[in-house]
Design a protein around this ligand. Structure first.
Ligand code: PMP
Ligand code: GLU
Length: 399
């Protein structure tokens, strides 16, 4: 697709974000009076907890409304470093290596733009979040999608990388995964880190969903590895998901010194840092222990919703293949065998939203249109009603 009109070749692969488009379409239909349940958006339905909200408001009243330091306010970088350290058993995390940005989406962009360029191939396990290939293209590098194994929760391993992306200069890995909810184990993460050291490749580890994990503790992380594995790792994290702070737009990257410096320089010419009041709100989110109780409560709620979705699909649509969700808040299921076969994820979603008023994201957005993504970051009652409609719709497909 092209935007045409003599625009720059920088945009030759650019498409509007399909996940954003689905949720905007659902909002439009709702505003027009339609009874639409939106299980498209990957956005927590919870309000931002009171402590960070109040800290943001206080920052405004205290006049913290000027340009922030470009890399982020020190208090936020320190709180973020302490937080990551606590999640990984107290390992040292250097706050100087943190660059705060306007959402982790910008952190991902900064990292890709600083590390990759024309001629570079970046491996992306597929299915993948819609923005990864786009961001890599914007850096003029080439995303190489490496399909995951259905038998293995659609995850990839180092052998897959060596086979499918032998000369890759980078790997963009998401765990817990959007769109599948799969989680890479400690051993799998270690093997990728070893691969990067051997191949002198970079790993961008998107761990934005790390706290939303249904196993014990936070999901395994690159930060659980010793320093010698981290020389070529850029870790991406943020406040949006676990703290229900999507609209505050605070994310950050933790990277080796040279990369940190480059990302900060890039950002000094683009945004001059993230909104200062939002940074103070995020500092309270990462830094105040009481907020952890809110996070635990929200994760417990996500877990109940996950169990509801999994048990109902298993019971009411037996035979439908899905990835067992171990983290994040997505349920990724296969639709191509429904109704006698041949239906695509795009068809399924289009018909479901027009006939039944339920918005889901077609797998095409993530590189495989045999599948569909359901986000259970929505009220339980809405999920239940949506499941009634999805089951009824799926059973009638092909009639
Ligand atoms: N990474 C993944 C995997 C995501 O799903 C999202 C969701 N928007 C982001 C990064 C970006 O989040 P944000 O910019 O809100 O931090
Ligand atoms: N990450 C979320 C999703 O996948 C929010 C939308 C977006 O940023 O793409 O739905």
């Amino acid at each position: 697709m092209s935007f045409g009109g003599g625009l720059s070749p920088n945009l030759q692969h650019l498409e509007t974000s399909a996940t954003m488009a689905v949720s905007q379409e659902a909002k439009r239909r709702k505003a027009a009076g339609e009874d639409v349940i939106d299980l498209g958006a990957g956005e927590p339905d919870f309000a931002t907890p009171a402590i960070p909200s109040d800290a943001g408001i206080k920052a405004i009243h205290d006049g913290k409304t000027k340009y922030p330091p470009n890399e982020g306010v020190l208090e936020l970088r320190a709180a973020a470093a302490r937080h990551l350290s606590l999640l990984s058993g107290g390992r040292p995390v250097n706050a100087d290596r943190i660059v705060v940005s306007s959402g982790s989406k910008q952190s991902l962009f900064n990292a890709c733009f600083c590390l990759f360029g024309p001629g570079d191939v970046v491996a992306v396990p597929s299915p993948a979040w819609v923005s990864y290939p786009q961001i890599i293209h914007l850096a003029r590098a080439r995303p190489l999608m490496v399909p995951g194994d259905v038998e293995w929760g659609l995850k990839v391993n180092v052998k897959d990388l060596e086979r499918k992306a032998p000369g890759a200069r980078g790997l963009l890995l998401c765990s817990p995964s959007n769109p599948t909810g799969a989680v890479y184990t400690h051993a799998e993460i270690k093997a990728f880190a070893q691969w990067a050291v051997e191949k002198k490749a970079w790993i961008i580890a998107d761990e934005i969903y790390r706290r939303i994990h249904y196993g014990p503790g936070p999901a395994p992380s690159f930060l659980d590895l010793p320093d010698e594995y981290l020389e070529r790792v850029v870790l991406i994290y943020g406040a949006s998901k676990a703290y229900a702070m999507t609209g505050w737009r605070i994310g950050f990257a933790l990277a080796p010194a040279a990369v940190t410096k480059a990302m900060a320089a890039l950002q000094s010419h683009t945004t001059s840092g993230a909104s200062q009041p939002a940074q103070w709100a995020a500092a309270a989110a990462f830094g105040d222990e009481r907020v952890e109780r809110d996070v635990t409560r929200m994760v417990e709620e996500f877990r109940k919703r996950r169990d509801l979705v999994v048990s109902r699909i298993r019971k009411e649509l037996p035979g439908v293949e899905f990835v067992e969700p171990m983290g994040a808040f997505y349920f990724f299921f296969r639709v191509d065998a429904l109704g006698g076969g041949g239906v695509t994820g795009s068809d399924f979603c289009q018909r479901l939203v027009t006939q039944k008023g339920v918005a889901l994201v077609p797998g095409a957005a993530f590189g495989d249109d045999r599948w569909v993504r359901l986000s259970y970051a929505a009220a339980t009652q809405d999920i239940s009603r949506a499941l009634d409609r999805i089951v009824e719709f799926a059973k009638k497909l092909g009639d």
